[in-house]
Design a protein. Structure first.
Lengths: 495, 517
């Protein structure tokens, strides 16, 4: 018996949708029971509605988070809630073409976990019992959404009670429990009421999960005294670079979906689970091409060096959504150690990617916790340029890196304007860490940045999409710096 | 009246590198030498408070002489020991390819034995040598600059220049082999305002005591005001600022060592009375590419400008077109919390490192290098000496220096404040040229031995005679050139064709650390 627990995490569950694409549609994994808490209920409702993993991911790929938000002025004044689910009821669910009869008839053994305020206990609804009210009840997070009254009982989101209902899985006789966990465990404590609320939520959710996992370990270690059988748990955890709630545009949400896809594939690779990737490469295509120029100067091997680079973003939609952020680079690098003006024969750059990490896995007492390790609070840029020197036509590779880690605005701006350079012999695809021919540093001043902004160009089907492309690129850029330097304001930029 | 006039075999004007070396060697060779120096002796009484006399113009008492002349602000020294009193103790040699504009017979190879001699006289030592770190570690700046250069891919260009410093025990003063009292360096960062504990191996601690013990006479606060040919020799008029009296001395050999501007100025003013001098007089002036920027920011955390000798580390930049060095600049720690604001009092300097060694308030980075050397020294109004320096023609060179300094400041995360650029006027502490050595009077003012064309018996032995920017800090070269030309003059005057400085035979070879390819 294998049970899948779709834990809550507000909008971070977009990541979960990416995981579902891989686990269900690409790897064909099967689950005998699925439970959802809080935000996980979006995905479970869709599953019960007959959607496949890839379909769920595709729905998230199209979601615009603002559609779901409705400010409730009355609720606000009465102190009941800040926003309501009206947008989800009126716009999002219909756009998902959700059908309650279909859900009620679902063959999936599904449970939706809520907290019943009237009894003070957890309660689960089966797919057959579900309706819109109950789905909204599952999602109605205290403070933000009003509680829901059903048959004189008052229901609210279960997250402060449990965010992954291990007990219902055990009752369903599961001996394998899989959890997709997106509640942040970053050892960071930010100021402000908003941040504190979510920290409180994290304390509660992470604490309950840990004690649940401890119970499983205890059970396994003490002759199954608790559950009368050995239970294995698999937790896939990731830090998702999206705020739980505050998000204005879809691009960042869509990047969370793609992060989930990448994480789950990598997770399968780790475990030798076969999968057939489904390519969504052109899903976000907008037909808008962007061009920038990058002028940097500084030193290579202590000699004056100037780089004049032309960056082309082949498709702005793909760029801001897919989480791959690759641009093509042409131009030249001039330095006496490169015999003067060396031209870029082929070049590309990965812009503002979340700093790569490694799986951090602990496997104790039958509980395997795997953390994806990617860190959205540190960004990385990598330029790989194949240069040809003018005189001896020598082939060398220019590896330029920028690493954004300093959590101050000045610091991160400086890091974004500073590129460490290594020059490698021959044309290579990536930096293998070998001894470079020479190294150095290039940087741009504020004037160069201003020039870059003014010099940005877009070409697309119409002016609106061109301007949109530029604006979304700008949002990605500014948002990335925010993630590094302005987390005190909001942990993860709202755009 | 002429009966009362003092007569000397040799009169040396100025006691800086050129003057001190020449006076010492000629005295050792048995000549009768008189040194006239406009500044005073400094014996642990360099100014510290704002109210102290800082400028020489203040009653011929202060050690500084700052000239705001056209195109370049020149900083000169006045005192017994000249520039060695205020300099940053750096001694570097001009590499082979730096002698292109020098007259016949001058090359690095020819000069090396004399460089070695100067190195031995001044006990040169690099700040990174273990011997130099017995009492104080290498200052933080050294590592900061090395790391910054390494980040810029220039790790191989970083080196620690030899310093003329006493790295001995900072707590107990001791008498050195020339009979002068010195104590070890306390790393107080005040080199450029004079060392009051005598840790700098300045000329008043070596060459000048040696000259005096060999019979030379040094007259301090005696400013030369007039020169003229007189019979077979030369008549020197000077004003004694101590007694406010004017005097005359007649000499067979007149050695001019009043510094680049001092010597050129004296020749411009009185040259006509000495003989028919070359029309090149005043030309080939070079501020040695000096460029100084200040770095504002959190620099004092690691940079600690007020700790360590003024310069400890250098970076060579040579891309085939421009050639210059970047050096860390220590600056004296200021004391702004006292009513008589000034440099931190010497009694507050710890002899040995303590937990809270003083810090400075802003950082300095300096560059110097091979500029065009096409400035002119001219007589201005009322006898003043001015400089015309072609900033525009040197613009690409300065830009290269600025860029490098800017790159370093970017790595250090400092804001570069560049007054020289704003005012189009660099500050130079390394003035050279004006009466340069050349093969013939068509190209220069003195011959390869320093003797003035058209005025036999008059010699120029200081920075004025150096034909082009040295690129490196110049005093080592000025001193070595003076050693060589003094040796020739000593042979001529003593009639001993093989005469050598007594210290020369024993001077070991000293390796210059400049990383030339
Ligand atoms: C702050 C500072 C830091 C420096 N750092 C370094 C360094 O680290 N390394 C380096 O190599 N160089 C350095 N220098 C430069 C170096 O000091 C000079 O290049 C060197 O001293 C020049 O030697 P000189 O013999 O030509 O003249 P000076 O040393 O300038 O000597 C000339 C002397 O002549 C005297 N004089 C002038 N006119 C008359 C007159 N009419 N009558 C009598 N006497 C007169 C002056 O008072 C002076 O004492 C520095 C200079 C300064 C100011
Ligand atoms: S650092 Fe201080 S003690 Fe050392 S030589 Fe310079 S002034 Fe003298």
């Amino acid at each position: 018996m294998r049970s899948l627990l779709l834990a809550g995490g507000g909008l971070k569950v977009a990541f979960q949708a990416g995981v579902l694409q891989v686990w269900l549609s690409e790897a064909g994994l099967q689950f005998d029971h699925v439970d959802a808490c809080s935000g996980g209920a979006f995905n479970l409702a869709l599953l019960c509605d007959g959607r496949s993993g890839i379909e769920i991911a595709d729905l998230w790929r199209q979601l615009r988070p603002l559609d779901g938000v409705s400010i409730s002025l009355g609720g606000l004044l009465r102190g009941e809630s800040l926003v309501t689910m009206k947008g989800y009821r009126d716009k999002v669910f219909p756009s998902w073409d959700m059908s309650w009869p279909r859900i009620n008839a679902s063959a999936i053994d599904a449970t939706f976990t809520v907290h019943d305020r009237t009894t003070g206990k957890r309660q689960v609804f089966t797919a057959a019992q579900m309706d819109e009210e109950k789905l909204v009840a599952t999602l109605s997070q205290a403070v933000w959404f009003p509680p829901v009254t059903i048959d004189a009982n008052l229901y609210t989101d279960a997250v402060f009670d449990t965010d992954a209902n291990i007990d219902v899985a055990v009752q369903k006789d599961a001996d394998e429990i899989w959890v997709v966990w997106t509640v942040s465990t970053r050892p960071e404590w930010m100021p402000g009421i908003l941040a504190q609320f979510f920290h409180a939520l994290e304390v509660s959710a992470n604490g309950t999960l840990q004690s649940d996992l401890d119970r499983i370990r205890f059970n396994n270690g003490k002759e199954q005294v608790l559950f009368e059988k050995e239970v294995k748990a698999e937790v896939l955890r990731a830090e998702v670079g999206t705020h739980y709630l505050a998000l204005l545009n879809g691009d960042r949400l869509h990047r969370a979906v793609e992060a989930g896809v990448r994480a789950a594939r990598s997770w399968c690779d780790e475990r030798g689970i076969a999968y057939t990737p489904i390519d969504r490469g052109d899903f976000y295509d907008s037909g808008v091409e962007l061009r920038f120029s990058d002028r940097l100067s500084g030193r290579i091997r202590g000699r004056r060096a100037d780089a004049e680079l032309f960056l082309t973003v082949p498709d702005s939609g793909e760029f801001v959504n897919a989480g791959r952020q690759r641009v093509q680079v042409s131009g030249s690098v001039t330095c006496s150690v490169l015999e003067g003006r060396a031209t870029v024969e082929k070049g590309w750059a990965d812009i503002l990617l979340d700093a790569d990490g490694h799986w951090r896995t602990t496997d104790v007492g039958g509980v395997c916790e795997s953390d994806y390790g990617v860190d959205p609070t540190r960004k990385h840029m990598l330029y790989v340029l194949h240069l040809l020197t003018p005189d001896t036509r020598r082939r060398v590779t220019f590896i330029g890196t920028k690493t954004l880690t300093t959590p101050t605005v000045r610091g991160v701006a400086r890091e974004a304007m500073t590129m460490s350079v290594r020059i490698l012999d021959g044309w290579v695809e990536s930096d293998d860490g070998s001894e470079p021919l020479c190294a150095g540093l290039l940087w741009m001043g504020f004037l160069d940045v201003a020039r870059q902004l003014v010099g940005a160009r877009a070409s697309g089907p119409d002016l609106a999409s061109e301007l949109g492309g530029l604006a979304r690129y700008g949002a990605l850029f500014a948002g990335s710096l925010w993630d590094v330097a302005a987390r005190r304001v909001l942990t993860y930029a709202p755009f | 009246m002429d009966g009362d006039v003092e007569r000397r075999q040799v009169v040396v004007v100025g006691s800086g590198f050129g003057g001190a070396v020449t006076a010492c060697r000629l005295a050792q060779a048995g000549c009768d030498v008189l040194v006239l120096e406009r500044g005073r002796w400094f014996c642990g009484d360099f100014p510290r408070k704002v109210t102290d006399p800082w400028l020489w113009q203040q009653d011929a008492n202060g050690p500084f002489d700052v000239r705001l002349t056209g195109g370049v602000t020149v900083v000169l020294a006045a005192g017994v020991g000249g520039g060695s009193l205020l300099y940053s103790n750096v001694h570097l040699r001009v590499p082979d390819d730096g002698f292109g504009r020098w007259p016949r017979g001058w090359s690095r190879r020819d000069l090396d034995p004399y460089y070695d001699l100067v190195a031995a006289m001044l006990d040169l030592r690099r700040a990174d040598e273990p011997e130099a770190q017995r009492y104080w570690p290498l200052p933080g700046r050294a590592d900061v600059l090395r790391e910054a250069a390494t980040t810029l891919g220039a790790g191989a260009d970083v080196f620690h220049p030899p310093l003329a410093l006493n790295f001995g025990d900072p707590s107990t003063p001791a008498v050195n082999r020339f009979g002068a009292t010195q104590s070890g360096c306390r790393h107080c960062g005040k080199c450029s305002v004079g060392c009051n504990v005598g840790a700098k191996n300045s000329l008043d601690k070596n060459y000048l005591p040696l000259a005096i013990s060999a019979g030379a006479e040094v007259r301090a606060r005696c400013e030369v005001t007039g020169l003229a040919r007189s019979g077979g020799g030369y008549r020197v008029e000077y004003r004694d600022h101590g007694t406010d009296t004017d005097h005359v001395v007649v000499t067979e050999i007149l050695v001019l060592a009043a510094g680049s501007l001092g010597t050129t100025g004296l020749l411009l003013e009185h040259g006509r009375r000495l003989g028919r001098l070359s029309s090149r007089l005043g030309e080939h002036y070079s501020p040695n590419g000096d460029y100084l920027v200040t770095a504002l920011g959190r620099i004092d955390d690691e940079w600690q400008p007020g700790v360590g000798p003024a310069i400890s580390t250098a970076v060579l930049s040579d891309d085939g077109e421009t050639w210059f060095l970047v050096q860390d600049g220590g600056i004296p720690p200021l004391d702004v919390f006292r009513s008589d604001v000034g440099v931190r009092p010497d009694r507050d300097d710890p002899a040995l490192p303590t937990a809270d060694v003083g810090e400075g308030y802003l950082g300095v980075l300096l560059a110097m290098g091979r500029d065009s050397g096409t400035g002119t020294v001219r007589r201005g109004w009322c006898g003043s000496v001015g400089v015309r320096w072609p900033w525009l023609a040197n613009r690409p060179f300065y830009d290269a220096e600025r860029d490098y300094l800017g790159d370093i400041n970017h790595v250090l995360d400092e804001v570069q404040f560049d007054l020289a650029y704003l005012t189009r006027r660099p500050v130079s502490v390394h003035s050279l040229g004006g009466a340069v050595m050349a093969n013939s009077p068509r190209y220069g003012v003195v011959d390869g031995c320093g003797e003035v064309f058209g005025a036999p018996g008059v010699f120029v032995v200081d920075g004025a005679a150096i034909p082009a920017a040295t690129g490196v800090n110049p005093s080592h070269t000025i001193a070595a050139v003076a050693e060589r030309n003094a040796e020739r003059l000593a042979r001529r005057l003593s009639g001993r064709a093989t005469w050598e400085a007594p210290e020369k035979a024993g001077a070991p070879r000293y390796d210059d650390p400049l990383p030339v390819p």
